[in-house]
Every structure is written in C-alpha cells, then in structure tokens.
Design a protein around this ligand. Structure first.
Ligand SMILES: *Cc1c(COP(=O)(O)O)cnc(C)c1O
Length: 398
C-alpha cells in the first residue's frame, strides 16, 4: 500500500472544501455546508470577511516578511493593543498554538531560574488536557494517544484531575513552577473550569510564589463572549497562550505575560523566524479592529445564549442521542448519551445534513460557529441537528 503524499496522521473525510462564504463552506460539487466548526474555533469572523481579506491582500502587496532582527511597526501596534486589552505587559508572537504553549513553558521555567530557584521547573497540568503537538506540549498532557511512541518525553510535568483543586494542591513540592491549565478544556470535551478550581489555583499561586499559566488557545479571543475566558472568573493569569481566533484563519499565536512573569525572557532566550511577521500582524490587527468594535462581544454573548437555549430546548426531543449542553458563549458542546461515538455523529451531520461540527473527548460534539453568526444560522443549525438526530435514531426506536 502506497503512503499518501500528505502524511496520513489525520482521519480525513471525503469532503474537500474549496471555498468559504461567511458561515458556509462550499465543496467541490458546489454543495453548501453550515460551518459550525470554524476550522476548530479559528475562523472567528467566518470565511472571506472583507476587512481581514483586504488587510492581508494589502500587506502581502506591501511587505510580507522581514526578520525579527528589525523593528516592526505592525508588531508593536498589535502587541500594544493586546497589552491594552488584557492582563499582560508583554507579548511574543508565534505561528501556532503549540508554539505559544512552548513559549509559555519556557517563560515559566525561566522565571524561576531568574529568581534564583532553577529547581522550580515542574508544571502541574491536568487530565484530558490538550496543549498541542510539540514535544513540550505532549509532555504537558497525560493522554496516551498523543504520547505513545514519542518517549522519552520532556521531564517536568505532574498531572492532576481537571477541576480537582485538592488533588492539584497535593502535587505541589519544592520543584513546582506553577500550574498550566485550559480555562475551558476544548479537545478534552468542552469542560468548563469551575470557579472554585480556577480561583483556587490563582490563590495558591499568590501564596506560594507559583505561576498560573492559562492555555486559552481555544477559549480565548472572544470565543466565550469575553475577550479572555479568565474574565469570567475575576482573576488574571501570569502567563497565557493564545492562538486559533487571533488570526481568524491566518496562522498566528501569542504568548502573553506580565512583566514580572516574563523577567527571565531577555535577549537571546527565545525566537522565531516567522513569528509576528508583517503579514501575520496585519491579519491580527484586522481581527482586533473588528473584535474591539463596540457591541462585538455583546453579540457573541447574545448569540451564545440563544444557541444554548435553542440546543437545550431541542435535546429532550432527541434523548436517545443527546444528554446535555456544556460550554460558554460560542464554545459549546453537546454531550452524547453513552454508547454513541462523537466522530460518527459528526460524520452523519456532515454527510447527510450539511452541518459541520467537531468531535471532542468525553463523548462530546463541539459546536464552534464563527462569532459573527446571526439568528438565522442558529435556527438552521438546530433544524439540521434535529433532522440529523432523528435520522440517527437506532432502528429499535421506530
Ligand atoms: C488547538 C490547541 C492548541 C494547539 O494549537 P496548534 O495551533 O494546533 O498548535 C493548544 N492548546 C489548546 C487549548 C488548543 O485548543
């Protein structure tokens, strides 16, 4: 059997999108799909948003790439805007989420080194976590499906159950650097950190001089109706990785930190050839132009509430398949009744009902629409989900 030219690490389906229009993807045969997957929470403004397209086209024609050895008006502007609208004092730009996580891990380790405590290198992370696919990021999760065969992994991580504060505190010792946690787990199954858990981690970090590293690659950047998911908890992190929505489809990520937490990240300690190049910065600035417009976050919150209540109303009609809705804002998940495989439900909705969703852990189907959806898209989603659920019913039900 010949190996495909694209390394076969993904279970790719037959659908091959060739064009995007707003909240829809169009396949080779011209068929339209309602895109409530958004490239996995990436296409925050949908497909072909005129401001994003124009900004990228203009910048590509002007200056695409220069080295980070030169000054960067676009990069300074975007970093300043992120600083002005977050907990952070400083930002490092990357090309992906996992690189943002990598920078976060390095920033945390380097902080304790700079403080004269190099033995404090271990980050406590959580079951079902997903931080990306670099060696650092797979070492920060204890999920065997991502780690098997890649050992030896990076030392310096300990794992506790998500939302179990006592278990996390019990792992603290003289070598602990801090905690790294998704404020809302995405791949793990749209599990929302409880207030006690997230604020409890913050409190112990303050008491013991540890760092709270949040991974908001999926839940940040307006996805939950606030610019950052941590705002729902009334706390701020010391370090945070973001990506996905930050470029709206252009590859971009960022590691944010306070001045204090970033004290070890001095000249020569980190770098990236492409990270933060003018083209990426133009995309990032265009996204923020739209997201910082008055009313944008309110729209996400309103659409999130509406979608959630529509899903909650629908679920009892299909209780052979759907168990509950979870998540925040427009980062939602439908937990399936036991025995149903999310991948099969996602494939069924895609192939027979023209609706794109994403499978996640814990038997969850993720609903991650563009943040610019309107009520008509919500109505269409729920209609397609209902039809899909009816058609998916086991034969015994008829
Ligand atoms: C997607 C994701 C990553 C990895 O991002 P990539 O761009 O795929 O490297 C890391 N952390 C979280 C929480 C994610 O959802």
């Amino acid at each position: 059997m010949a190996t495909p030219a694209l390394m076969p690490v993904y279970p790719r389906c037959g659908f091959r999108p060739v064009r995007g229009e707003g909240c829809y993807l169009i396949g080779e045969d011209g068929q339209r799909y309602l895109d409530f997957a958004s490239g996995i929470a990436v296409n925050a403004l949908g497909h072909g948003h005129p401001k994003l397209v124009q900004a990228i086209a203009d910048q590509a024609a002007t200056l695409m790439h220069v080295s980070n050895l030169y000054g960067s008006p676009q990069g300074e502007a975007l970093a300043q805007r992120i600083v002005d609208n977050s907990f952070a004092d400083t930002v490092f730009f990357t090309n992906s989420g996992t690189e943002a996580v990598e920078c976060a891990i390095k920033t945390a380790r380097r902080f304790h080194y700079a403080e004269g405590n190099p033995q404090r290198h271990r980050l406590i992370t959580f079951n079902n976590a997903f931080h990306g696919r670099t060696m650092g990021a797979i070492s920060a999760t204890n999920q065997p499906k991502m780690r098997d065969g890649f050992e030896p992994l990076l030392p310096g991580f300990a794992y506790a159950p998500f939302n179990d504060l006592d278990a996390a505190l019990a792992l603290i010792d003289d070598e602990t650097a801090g905690f790294m946690v998704e404020t809302i787990q995405g791949e793990g199954g749209v599990s929302v950190g409880t207030p006690e858990f997230i604020t409890g981690l913050r409190k112990v970090c303050d008491e013991k001089g540890l760092l709270l590293v949040l991974d908001e690659v999926q839940c940040g950047y307006a996805r939950t109706g606030k610019m950052w998911a941590y705002e729902h908890y009334g706390i701020t992190p010391d370090i945070m990785s973001v990506a996905k929505g930050i470029g709206g489809g252009f590859p971009l990520g960022a590691c944010l930190a306070t001045e204090h937490a970033a004290k070890g990240m001095v000249i020569g300690t980190h770098g990236s050839t492409y990270g933060g190049n003018p083209l990426a910065m133009a995309a990032g600035n265009a996204i923020l132009d739209v997201m910082l417009e008055p009313g944008f976050l309110d729209h996400v919150t309103a659409m999130g509430d509406r979608l959630r209540s529509a899903l909650e109303q629908m679920i009892p009609n299909h209780d052979h398949l759907f168990a509950e809705v979870r998540g925040k804002g427009l980062m939602l998940g439908i937990k399936l009744k036991p025995g149903n495989e999310p991948r099969e439900v996602v494939a069924h909705l895609r192939d027979h009902h023209g609706l794109l969703t994403v499978a996640a852990g814990e038997g969850v189907v993720r609903i991650l629409p563009p943040l610019v959806i309107g009520e008509e898209h919500i109505a269409e989603c729920v209609e397609r989900l209902s039809e899909g659920a009816r058609a998916f019913a086991p034969a015994a039900a008829s």
